[in-house]
Design a binder for this molecule. Sequence first.
Ligand SMILES: *Cc1c(COP(=O)(O)O)cnc(C)c1O
Length: 348
Amino acid sequence: MKKIDLRSDTVSMPTPSMIKAMAAAEAGDDVYGEDPTVNRLQAMAAERMGKEAGLFVPSGTMGNLAAILVHCNRADEVIMGNRAHTFLFEGGGASALGGVSIALLPNNDDGTLNMDDIKAAVRTENPHHPRTKLIVLENTQNRCGGAPISAAYTKQVGDFAHSMGLKFHMDGARIFNAAAALKTTAKELVAPVDSVTFCLSKGLCAPVGSVLCGSKDFIYEAIRIRKQLGGGMRQVGFMAAAGVVALEEMTERLGEDHEHIQALTDGLTKIPGLHKYLNPPISTNMLFIGLDDSVKADGATVISKMAEQGILIGSTGPRTFRMVTHYWIKDEDVNMTIKAFKQVMSSL
Ligand SMILES: *Cc1c(COP(=O)(O)O)cnc(C)c1O
């Protein structure tokens, strides 16, 4: 049976041209700075983000953590949203490894934080207070339904951050999805930030890796932090080669994944018992749906019945699901998923 895996875009396998590029890659010891493919990927990434330098890291989590550790000392404070991946899903790394405390603000449904909340969260100088050092935003905002954050809003936050002497980091795991949805470039979306992490391993299909980008001085510091975190890698050009293909071939096609989410949304929200429960103003490659109160069965039952038909969907709560599209989800998979959901929901 063919598997349709909608749990996340992280499940995406490398494309045939990535596998070819990996097999043919030139590599060297990247801890010595001698891996030509890594150097090429880092330069390409920096160029795409409009920053001076890039650093290949094993994961988005390490990229975000390294950024926080460069920008903050122990007992400094970071402002972020209560639906931020850096808060929810990164193991508390900023606190555990950086001794950094977090000022948590409510995310709006469109992924933004209120400017007034941000302004009020910045600490005044006082020996009783931690020092505010950094603002972190996420684009697209995963737990706001994959909401893309506009360049105009990001600039507002950046202007404020810099007027207060704060740094500004973007968790841009899916920044290219945001660019596709907003019909702009990633460079435009991250122009106001001091640092940005983006993932090669999600919708862009590389098997592993993210790139952290920022100024030359910032990346110089980030290299030491990456080393401390155990992320200094050796002949990693074999992995970076897939990242190069990701940047060359995969960013311009993400609109297709968004069209598939539109089709899934149209199909699934017509099925009795299902409703969309996160409603970003603009959708990207994610759909969050839930069971109506009228449905007796729980989410686990629906997930296992879907799995019996070879369709894997993510759980986000006892009665809620997430589906994420990517390169390997094709038109017929979308149609199959809608058909299977109809059948499962009517069987409950
Ligand atoms: C996946 C993800 C990350 C972290 O990436 P990993 O490579 O899984 O560590 C960070 N932020 C967001 C919004 C993500 O979706």
